[in-house]
Design a protein around this ligand. Structure first.
Ligand code: AMP
Length: 397
């Protein structure tokens, strides 16, 4: 029996069929542009060629039906029928304050996910459509919801409250939630395992640095702070997202540029971050190339990104009363040795010392600090799909 992992975004559906024993990926697919013209599916089964086909997908329901066909029909199929799927794990963006861990999907769970739609209006409704479509196709198959926010529900009040009138928290649940929880949880646990240390007695900072970036402070096995907030806009500089910015500057800009609040938020989400500063690209590789050619704005984008990562790590060292390990993950964190080195050099005052040879290796779990370093520094490739599959199996049994 296989485990199917499904990740519905606002206009996409990613899926992976995983063998739960060997943890091998049997098939992988991505449905894009759901609800817009020219929607397409990219699919590859184990040992097969990657294929791309155009297929109309007005909603996530059609995407689920196409996924079923790809997985079961000749020649793309890898299973005879969906009966070979023993469990389905669904990534759900927002679990609000209701979900502190993954949950078996029942009508009650679906109702609770629906209650969280106001907090993630683009993502939770997409997940619900995807879940319901799967339930129609596989009515007997147990399903699990794995929340992006759940891992951070252990944050203390002092971390999650904003300095806003308390009634906004009471009435509307406006607070820090944090995201990338599956990645922060998986990577911090793997780091403790790698170091052969007790996860519940460690102070770990996880740097998930990708197109979307967030940092978390994981103390004694629980998230105690994280850089993303009520939405995934807060915190670090990202590919196109601004991260922390003075709300007062927004009013000033809206008046100067005659922008509505939606237009301003669009700038913050899609035109800011390293793209906004560099004017080159949201992709770190393009920015590095431009910086190497002497482009000042590209260099400024990289420096501002690095500085903010360093600042957050310093803040979390203070929050936890020290750090045992720093872990780098995601596209930039896993691949950009130069960036890791720069960040670690700026943290030398914590007794961090990087082993250049280990830091230059790519693609696998690595300890990149020297034996003398007071803080262990690791690269742990994140694997959210595998983490979701494991959570699913753990709940379904
Ligand atoms: P993610 O969102 O985790 O897929 O990360 C995407 C980001 O990782 C993009 O900005 C890429 O430029 C960046 N990235 C991937 N490979 C490298 C690399 N070798 N060096 C620097 N950045 C990289």
């Amino acid at each position: 029996m296989y485990t199917l992992v499904i990740n519905c975004g606002s206009s996409s559906l990613k899926f992976q069929l995983i063998n739960p024993e060997s943890e091998e990926v049997m098939a992988i697919g991505l449905c894009e542009r759901i609800g817009i013209e020219e929607s397409k599916v990219t699919y590859q089964k184990k040992g097969g060629e990657k294929s791309v086909l155009l297929a109309p997908m007005p909603t996530h329901k059609e995407a689920v039906i196409i996924m079923q066909k790809l997985l079961t029909d000749e020649p793309s199929g890898i299973i005879k029928s969906l009966k070979e799927v023993g469990a389905v794990g669904h990534r759900v963006a927002h679990g609000g304050e209701i979900f502190t861990s993954s949950a078996l999907i029942t009508e009650e769970t679906l109702k609770a996910i629906e209650e969280c739609c106001a907090l993630a209006p683009l993502h939770n409704p997409a997940s619900l459509t995807g879940i319901r479509a799967c339930m129609e196709l596989m009515p007997e198959t147990p399903m699990v919801a794995v929340f992006d926010t759940a891992f951070h529900q252990t944050m203390p009040e002092s971390s999650y409250l904003y300095g806003l009138p308390y009634e906004y928290y009471e009435k509307y649940k406006v607070r820090k939630y944090g995201f990338h929880g599956t990645s922060h949880s998986y990577v911090s646990k793997r780091a403790a395992e790698y170091l052969n240390r007790d996860y519940e007695a460690m102070k770990i900072v996880v740097c998930h640095l990708g197109n979307g970036s967030s940092i978390s402070a994981v103390k004694n096995g629980a998230s105690v702070d994280t850089s993303m907030g009520f939405t995934p806009l807060e915190g670090l500089l990202m590919g196109t997202r601004s991260g922390d910015v003075d709300p007062g500057a927004m009013q000033f800009l809206m008046n100067k540029e005659n922008l509505t609040i939606d237009e301003m938020l669009d700038v913050l989400n899609r035109k800011s971050g390293v793209l906004g500063i560099s004017g080159v690209s949201s992709d770190f590789r393009d920015i590095m190339k431009a910086a190497a050619e002497g482009n000042h704005r590209a260099q400024a984008a990289l420096d501002t990104f690095t500085y903010r990562v360093v600042k957050y790590i310093g803040a979390y060292a203070a929050a936890m009363g020290g750090i045992d390990a720093i872990v780098f993950t995601a596209g930039v964190g896993e691949n950009d040795g130069e960036m890791r080195k720069k960040i670690c050099h700026q943290l030398a005052f914590l007794g961090i010392d990087v082993n250049d040879e280990a830091n230059a290796k790519r693609g696998s779990e690595q300890l990149i600090s020297t034996a003398d370093s007071k803080v262990a520094v690791l690269v742990i490739p994140t694997n959210e799909e595998l983490a979701i599959a494991r959570e699913t199996i753990a709940l379904v049994g």
